[in-house]
Design a binder for this molecule. Structure first.
Ligand code: FES
Length: 105
């Protein structure tokens, strides 16, 4: 299992940031403790979190405050979790969420 590189330097020696490890699509991601899943995944430069049910378009967080539902992911096997409202925790398993029609393909 590889450790994905973040586009942010979480290891800044001036910052006293506790980090934890989450899994996104089967890969380990070291992220600051206490941030949201959306912030953690955006920091890892992923281009989408889910696909729309209607058109299958890639979707990513927009409002970051629980209003738009563009950030839906699967967390520990539970779908339709809003990544912008869920705090990360050690060992959390996060997957992109695809529309039902995509899962049949
Ligand atoms: S980013 Fe809008 S609800 Fe999560």
């Amino acid at each position: 299992m590889s450790n994905r590189n973040s586009k942010f330097d979480w290891s800044n020696p001036l910052a006293t940031v506790e980090t934890i490890t989450i899994n996104f699509e089967g890969e380990s991601c070291v992220v600051p403790a206490g941030i949201t899943v959306a912030a953690a995944l955006l920091g890892h430069d992923d281009d989408h979190f889910c696909k729309s049910a209607a058109e299958g378009d890639k979707r990513a967080p927009y409002c970051l405050m629980g209003v738009c539902f563009e950030c839906l992911v699967e967390i520990d096997g539970t779908k339709n979790r809003q990544a912008c409202l869920e705090p990360v925790y050690e060992g959390m398993n996060v997957k992109r969420q695809y529309a039902v029609t995509d899962e049949k393909k």
